[in-house]
Write a protein that binds this ligand. Structure first.
Ligand code: NAD
Ligand code: MG
Ligand code: MG
Ligand code: MG
Ligand code: MG
Ligand code: MG
Length: 340
């Protein structure tokens, strides 16, 4: 069983004794910065000149500097820009200002695992990766709870990198929930696989196919939306509380029997073979190379796929229906945080 660290296993004073630069103020960046500040840690934000995040961070009372100046001042640098720009930001504005004794932190191992960034001698390289979206990391912290996190040490130049990472994890609320130690390789490969095969790619495709099947058969799109998308959250909540078993216990016997006989028909053994192929592409760097090559050209494939997804009929149905829900607040303003 993996060892899990809680608040009592971490010493908050270690990170309180350091000067932290959070590079980027998006989903993870705002959560790390605000949680650390509220934990009594000295924090500054590093952003590109002209960034739209600049005013947002200042509005929270945070000090914002250029990336270079923030790194210069700090001795712990957490890189929370999008993965695809990290190597450029690192080479231009971070690496020249790192000195012996500094620590370079990540929330995902992509750039270290696939060799896009390598830190100079004398600098600790570690990861604190919350296993949840940034907005949840902030919301849970404010509610007195935390989101579970992974920590990993790639390079322990100081001999104290793990204690520092654990202390940082405590500062953002991770040890309130539980922190597990991993490696950059394990975190990167499993994170990419989870989001591609199951959480994001797998679920999105499953929901779209379900919606298409029902609407093509002549059922109302609003009814299809409820059956294949809206109820998903209720099912997932039960799984989180008590596993697949609790979800099956709560649903009707009719639903449970249908789960057993039709689930393996829809998600048949070919799907597992496909998953293995996806994992192989992650492990040998094929996926990383394809993503970065496309990003280096300005992301034409990425933009085309995003537009295609947004044009799927389930989105229009959902937008209309959500307007009518009394219990979901400002549900369609999700693009608001996505500034650069
Ligand atoms: P994001 O897209 O939400 O935010 C990126 C931030 O970086 C923005 O503030 C943007 O202004 C800034 N930025 C962009 N280009 C920049 C540049 N050239 N110089 C300086 N700043 C720049 O990013 P995110 O989703 O929070 O992801 C950050 C990291 O956290 C990634 O490594 C990601 O894999 C990891 N992560 C994210 C989540 C999540 O909830 N989104 C969860 C776990 C780990
Ligand atoms: Mg410095
Ligand atoms: Mg993840
Ligand atoms: Mg990820
Ligand atoms: Mg139903
Ligand atoms: Mg039952």
């Amino acid at each position: 069983m993996a060892e899990i660290y809680y608040d009592d296993d971490a010493d908050l004073s270690i990170i309180q004794g350091r000067h932290v630069a959070i590079i980027g103020y998006g989903s993870q960046g705002h959560a790390h910065a605000l949680n650390l500040r509220d934990s009594g840690v000295d924090v500054r934000i590093g952003l590109a000149e002209g960034s739209k995040s600049w005013a947002k961070a200042e509005a929270e009372g945070l000090r914002v500097l250029s990336v270079a100046d923030a790194v210069e001042e700090a001795d712990v640098v957490m890189i929370l820009t999008p993965d695809q720009v990290q190597r450029t930001v690192y080479a231009e504005s971070i690496a020249p200002h790192l000195t012996t004794g500094d620590a370079l932190f990540f929330a995902h191992g992509f750039n270290i695992r696939f060799g896009y960034i390598s830190a100079p001698d004398g600098v600790d390289v570690a990861m604190v990766a919350p296993k949840g979206p940034g907005h949840t990391v902030r919301r849970e912290f404010e509610a007195g709870r935390g989101v579970p996190a992974l920590i990993a040490v790639e390079k322990d130049a100081s001999g104290n990198a793990e204690a520092l990472a654990l202390s940082y994890a405590k500062g953002i609320g991770g040890t309130r929930a539980g922190v597990i130690k991993t490696t950059f390789t394990e975190e990167t490969e499993t994170d990419l696989f989870g989001e591609q095969a199951v959480l994001c790619g797998g679920v999105s495709q499953l929901v779209q196919y379900g919606f298409e099947t029902l609407t093509e058969a002549g059922y109302k799109p609003e009814i299809a939306y409820f059956e294949v998308l809206h109820e998903l959250k209720l099912i997932v909540d039960l799984m989180i509380e008590g596993g697949i078993a609790k979800q099956r216990w709560s649903i009707s016997d009719t639903a449970e029997y249908g789960d057993y006989v039709s689930g393996p028909r829809v998600i048949d053994p070919h799907v597992k073979e496909n998953m293995k192929a996806v994992l192989a592409d992650i492990q040998d760097g094929t996926f990383a190379q394809r993503f970065i090559d496309d990003q280096d050209k300005g992301g034409p494939e990425f933009k085309e796929l995003r537009a295609k997804g947004e044009a799927h009929p389930i989105e229009a149905t959902g937008r209309e229906l959500r307007q009518l829900f009394s219990w979901i607040k400002s549900n369609d303003d999700y693009t608001e945080g996505q500034v650069s």
